[in-house]
Design a protein around this ligand. Sequence first.
Ligand code: ATP
Ligand code: MG
Length: 339
Amino acid sequence: MRIAIVEGDGIGKEVIPEAVSILDYFNEKRGLGFEKVPVEVGLGKWEKTGEAISDADIALLNSCDAVLFGAITTVSAPSYKSVVLRIRKELDFFANVRPIHPIPGIEKCLDYGFLKPDTDIVIVRENTEGLYSGIEELGDERSTTLRVITKKASERIAAFASELASSRKNKLTIVHKSNVIKSDKLFLDTCKKTALDYFVEPNDLLVDAFSYDMLIHPEKYDVVVTTNLFGDILSDTGAVLLGSIGLAPSANIGDKKALFEPVHGSAPDIAGKGIANPMAAILSLKMMFEWLKMNKEAELIEKAVSISVSEKKVTPDLGGNLSTREVGKFILEQVKILD
Ligand code: ATP
Ligand code: MG
């Protein structure tokens, strides 16, 4: 097993090492023989070389089985193309899975109305097309971005979401805006049909209505499937239900490979201060173990994070005063004690 380690920019460089120290622990203790492959891409590289990610980087990532990914700063200069978009496309990570399930004990750190323990949603975001197709024409007077919806990609993501739904409550919510954006009708119809093929009960909501209702009545939802941009926005919104964006992990799944990354970005506003919450990165590692069907390791990580939260050993976003390093160390200690 080769695991690419991409720290990236900003707080990516702070949170990923905390996840890696837990990976190292299991690797040594269990004799897993995982080989770590560091890959340097992102804004830092662009400033040095004029290229944020090279063909050689893509080839190196392609030679790995899984990727643990931090965050990359995407600047709006037209010549700068999003690195993670290129990776998702070239390695064909077609499904972006973003669970929204509050960590038990989080109410000890934060006291606000959005934390409901029975929230258990998984947002499945189509990851290859939609408004992130990258087909754009930029001008001073008029700029356009092409929103591509294909039956093939819609079927593929709907099949993935329906399979997930069959292993849970057999319910699939399709989120779209087909009343105004007519290309969404193809997405909606394809998802509905595919769900029924999997004997899953589909229902659907317009994205604006859903974004409101998800916060007010999260218990109504289980697996949610949506297009690329809506999924991006809704998973940040969904992090409200978790207590912090620093708690939201994600997986980008392909046929044989997968990439695991926190939902948050490189957070330039807090980068270098050592206060970023490492839990989203650590929970992304947990998702990697789940993907590898190493459920014991995944559970240990989840329990350790829950202890950290229950004992208020947390970073400032959760009301604590520990550093990224201290929280990472505490969680690793708990993993060792529980193991
Ligand atoms: P991107 O375009 O890469 O998605 P973004 O603009 O969505 O980035 P983030 O980097 O996710 O922005 O940051 C959004 C806000 O959340 C910032 O105020 C940032 O400080 C905060 N934030 C993000 N990640 C964390 C974290 N791990 N711990 C604490 N705060 C965080
Ligand atoms: Mg973001």
